[in-house]
Design a protein around this ligand. Structure first.
Ligand SMILES: [Zn+2]
Length: 273
């Protein structure tokens, strides 16, 4: 499932191709993905100039000149790829957006957990999809104080708290495991006990892991590709994620796998306390 670095990589890849272009036509080939498309989806996009492309949590936001935003979520297997008009469309190409320069942007999604919506830009912070989402970990204001405040009094394990989008936006299973390892914090540790220096070191570990992953173009565990259809490389840099039984690079103890809230957690039982 694409997490923040993968979505950020798609956004950075799309931006130079999309900003300033006008949407010539939209071929909507299904009535729904994870949810129904909004009413008059194609008609509301056609003829609109694209004024910006940004990311909020795991959402891609394509701003339009009329003040609306095309919101895209990649779900589990979604791909948003830009390129020349293909001779034939694939079975899972659900939306094809043609641009005024002759190129097309295809939304391909095998499992159809992705979604597309149109939301007014003025409602982005209050809309149901966005109002509960926590701070962006790559924003300047993010740091130990933000985390300590979010974690205060919470009893569950820290791993689960990191996956909760109300605390930090965009972190999923892979980057939660990697950040906890880097901060030397056990994934089972009670959330509310992470304060001051440890909260600061976790905040800095989250940023480091996410920035390195963005620099590597994200992780391509399964289906993820960037806006040009290329895979990311960060999966080769996973230190603990999916490394069960491999030696910890720091202490050589075998990396352990446990299941928390139904998801695999990978960590070093010696280094992480
Ligand atoms: Zn270790």
């Amino acid at each position: 499932m694409p997490e923040l670095p993968e979505v950020e990589t798609v956004v950075r890849g799309l931006r130079p191709h999309l900003v300033g272009r006008t949407i010539a036509s939209v071929d909507q080939r299904r009535r729904d993905l994870r949810e129904k498309f909004p009413a008059r989806f194609a008609a509301r996009l056609e003829g609109q100039r694209i004024t910006g492309v940004e990311r909020r949590a795991k959402y891609i936001l394509i701003h339009l000149a009329d003040g609306n935003v095309l919101v895209v979520h990649l779900g589990m297997t979604g791909q948003l790829v830009i390129g020349a008009k293909p001779n034939a469309l694939g079975l899972h190409d659900h939306v094809v957006i043609a641009l005024d320069d002759g190129r097309v942007m295809r939304f391909n999604d095998v499992r159809r957990f992705g979604l597309m919506d149109i939301v007014p830009a003025a409602a982005l912070t209050t809309h149901k999809r966005f109002r509960g989402i926590g701070p962006e970990p790559l924003a300047a204001a993010f740091g130990g104080a933000v985390l300590e405040n979010a974690f205060k009094g919470r009893k569950g394990p820290i791993k689960a708290a990191l996956l909760d989008q109300r605390h930090v936006a965009g972190i999923g299973n892979i980057y939660a495991c990697e950040a906890l390892y880097l901060a030397r914090i056990s994934p089972r540790r009670r959330t509310g006990t992470i304060r001051r220096e440890r909260a600061a070191s976790l905040a800095s570990a989250i940023r480091t892991v996410l920035e390195k992953a963005v620099a590597a173009g994200g992780s391509s565990a399964r289906d993820y590709v960037n806006a040009n259809g290329e895979q990311g490389l960060f999966q080769t840099e996973w230190v603990v994620y999916d490394q069960e039984g491999e030696p910890c690079p720091s202490c050589r103890a075998p990396i352990k796998r446990i299941v928390q809230s139904g998801r695999s957690t990978f960590y070093c039982p010696k280094c992480q306390r």
